[in-house]
Write a protein of this length. Structure first.
Length: 389
């Protein structure tokens, strides 16, 4: 069972009001930054789409068994199974294998802190926050610095004595072509390397005495069934060559990025035998997905920015919690509508700049949203007048 530590903090209404005024500045900055992010993303999307279209027309499919000087500097598409005859060695732990990449993964059994908070509004505008810090020991490759824990006593993590590391073959070939080292991991899949007592025997003396082969890993400690904080678990994988596809510029007997007139460099490599058309179809699908991700990010940045601008109003309403809650809900609706309208407007303007026809259509949609917002405001005003009479 994990142990835990609970902390209760309070914040006065005046303190919250001061923080909310600071939030207005942060919100304004976020709102402004959303515009260049959205505009840049549309330009990037168009540039990449044009680059992919240009590459799809320029690419030439060639056999990988020979290098044809006539295609020097051209965008080529080749398929085949890479070859890596080099023996890879972990020079610190003595593990050897043949393949393209030998990876050592080192995990440490260590304390990990998980935090959860619950804030309640109080009459008068103040808040009470209950924060629970839970501590549980577990395996993690990333070291957790216990110096930053809320409750350090009894949860001290020692420094991680060994790190994960990768060893890449210096020479990997695909037919007559030499594969750049950075490309090799993309032309195969990693599989675990079996370990046993012979693997342990090759370890340095300071590890060998406490090392035990346990499943697919080497356990460094006293008892694999009862790990203690500071114990290590070391596993190895090797990336073996598999049938693969490369679309890149022919550079001598190797590959390099192909510079398109649109602006992007094309350098694609995937496991699996695929046609050039399939590679560019997948590239455009990736471009579309990334474009929508950044659009959503821009919208969220803008939405949060508007919410922060409204925070002082909500904080003032929190003197009576239910009023603050209602104002917060209303601020959320307004922030959503404003963000939708201005995000669409920014994207439309960007498309007018990059692709006029589509941009004009999007601008009409954004204009419709602004008109709807104005009509909603007019109706509310009309409703408010009889009520006041």
């Amino acid at each position: 069972m994990p142990d835990q530590f609970t902390e209760v903090t309070t914040q006065s209404w005046f303190s919250r009001l001061g923080d909310s005024l600071k939030a207005v500045v942060a919100g304004t900055v976020m709102f402004i930054l959303a515009f260049p992010l959205l505009f840049w993303n549309e330009g990037r999307a168009v540039r990449t789409a044009k680059s992919n279209k240009e590459g799809a027309k320029a690419v030439v499919s060639l056999p990988a068994d020979k290098v044809n000087p006539a295609y020097e500097g051209r965008l080529i598409h080749v398929t085949g199974t890479p070859v890596a005859d080099e023996t890879l060695t972990d020079d610190q732990l003595g593990v050897t294998t043949k393949g393209m990449v030998l990876a050592r993964t080192v995990e440490m059994y260590q304390w990990q802190e998980n935090k959860s908070s619950e804030t309640k509004k109080k009459l008068g505008g103040g808040t009470e926050t209950v924060t629970t810090y839970k501590y549980e020991a577990g395996w993690s490759e990333a070291p957790r610095d216990s110096a930053f824990f809320k409750e350090k006593t009894g949860h001290e993590n020692p420094p991680k004595s060994w790190d994960s590391k990768k060893f890449t073959a210096k020479v990997v070939t695909l037919g007559a072509f030499t594969v750049p080292p950075a490309l090799a991991p993309r032309l195969g899949s990693a599989e675990p390397i079996a370990v046993d007592d012979k693997t342990v025997a090759a370890f340095p003396a300071d590890l060998r005495g406490r090392a035990h082969a346990s499943g697919a890993t080497i356990f460094i400690g006293d008892d694999p069934q009862k790990p203690r904080v500071g114990d290590l678990r070391i596993g190895f994988t090797v990336t073996k060559p598999e049938p693969s596809t490369v679309v890149a510029m022919q550079s001598g007997s190797s590959f390099a990025g192909y510079q398109t007139r649109a602006g992007d460099k094309i350098f694609m490599a995937e496991t699996g035998t695929k046609s050039a058309a399939e590679m560019f179809t997948e590239a455009e699908a990736t471009n579309s997905a990334f474009t929508w991700f950044l659009r959503a990010l821009g919208f969220v940045v803008m939405f949060v920015g508007v919410l922060l601008v409204f925070r002082p109003l909500v904080t003032i309403g929190d003197v009576v919690p239910i009023i603050g809650t209602i104002l917060g809900f209303g601020a959320g609706i307004i922030a959503f509508i404003v963000s939708i309208v201005f995000s669409s407007l920014t994207i439309a303007i960007a498309w007018i700049f990059f692709r006029p026809l589509v941009g004009i259509l999007m601008l009409l949609v954004a204009g419709g949203g602004i008109f709807a917002l104005a009509q909603l405001k007019k109706r509310r005003a009309a409703t408010a007048v009889p009520a006041a009479m």
